[in-house]
Write a protein that binds this ligand. Structure first.
Ligand code: ATP
Ligand code: MG
Length: 302
């Protein structure tokens, strides 16, 4: 089952679409990396999912039920934009206030669990203003985690963090996902970081979903290939196709790409014997960033 499904989801501000006919599928148990450039529509989409913004059109379902259903709504925890935190208070005091505000039954226990979940249990009397940015972000995640939600919606929780802070958040999210089976929708434009934790991706551009893909299928699409630079790529490729074993091939920007051709020596020899001068041969793996750039540029991968 999907934790989140949106169908034809749209939002316009003064007649201009921020999100347009967006179909999203966030599988239960996944960490779904929602990727898009600034202004692509990530926050607007997430605000609609958690009920902070009313859609202009379309449907949202949570765990197979309409998002307006109070019961499924209560299964969701949200971190969007700056969490309202009192800097002069401790982490525990802030979370207690939040737990009391939303009428949680056993606030002390709930807060202790949330602090534990994000690794802030031992911050004691330390005030939030003395926290590192990473600790503050984790406090925001803890606040979203009050009430043990099954689904977390996190809008750019790693924005502005240094590598250590990013690592802390990544570990926290990984733990929540693995140990408590929390489904996580996380948006970012920092692709490299999403790629280390995401099990699924959604790529949004100009308010439209460009592609949804599982990490498994992505690594299949981002196959290794051999890259060859020569003066006459068309001629050389037709020669290579006759002599070299490979799955497929393409010419992109004047460069020959051979998929699953592992024998570099045979390629070299073939070109030498046929009188072609090679300026470069290398192996290459398409990474997430390149894949993303390709989609953003409107190209389809071969
Ligand atoms: N309340 C609003 N009124 C008018 N336009 C808005 C409003 N909120 C968002 N927009 C516009 O909608 C588009 C999408 O914005 P959104 O904040 O969803 O993008 P984003 O992907 O979250 O970007 P960022 O990476 O900068 O956070 C932008 O063009 C933005 O200017
Ligand atoms: Mg945003």
């Amino acid at each position: 089952m999907d934790a989140i499904t949106t169908k034809n989801l749209s939002k316009s501000f003064k007649g201009k679409y921020a999100v347009k006919s967006l179909d999203m599928h966030v599988p239960e148990g996944s960490i779904y990396g929602f990727i898009g450039e600034n202004g692509a529509g990530k926050s607007t989409t997430q605000k609609m999912i958690c009920g902070l913004l009313r859609p202009t059109d379309g449907e949202i379902q949570l765990f197979g039920r309409p998002a307006s259903d109070a019961e499924v709504h209560a299964r969701m925890g949200v971190l969007i934009e700056n969490p309202g935190v009192y800097m002069g208070w401790t982490a525990k005091e802030n979370l207690l206030l939040q737990a009391l505000n939303i009428g949680i039954e056993n606030p002390e226990k709930t807060v202790a669990e949330a602090l534990e979940a994000v690794g802030l249990s031992d911050t004691g009397k330390k005030k939030v203003k003395e926290f590192s940015l990473g600790m503050k972000q984790r406090l925001g995640i803890a606040a979203a985690f009050i009430g043990n939600p099954d689904l977390l919606i996190l809008d750019e929780p790693i924005n502005g963090l240094d590598p250590e802070g990013i690592r802390e958040i990544r570990q926290t999210l990984h733990r929540l996902n693995q140990e408590r089976n929390v489904t996580i929708l996380i948006s970012s434009h920092i692709l490299g970081e999403l790629s280390k934790i995401s099990t699924h991706y959604g790529i949004i551009k100009n308010g439209c979903m460009v592609k949804e893909i599982s990490a498994e299928n992505l690594s299949r699409e981002c196959r290794d290939y051999m890259r060859i630079r020569v003066a006459e790529p068309e001629k050389v490729l037709s020669c290579l196709r006759q002599h070299i074993e490979m799955d497929s091939s393409e010419i992109l920007d004047g460069e020959i790409h051979l998929f699953n051709a592992r024998d570099g020596a045979a390629v070299n020899q073939c070109m030498f014997l046929n009188g072609h001068v090679v300026s470069e041969i290398s192996f290459h793996q398409l990474d997430l960033e390149e894949y993303f750039m390709k989609l953003m540029g409107g190209e389809q991968s071969a």
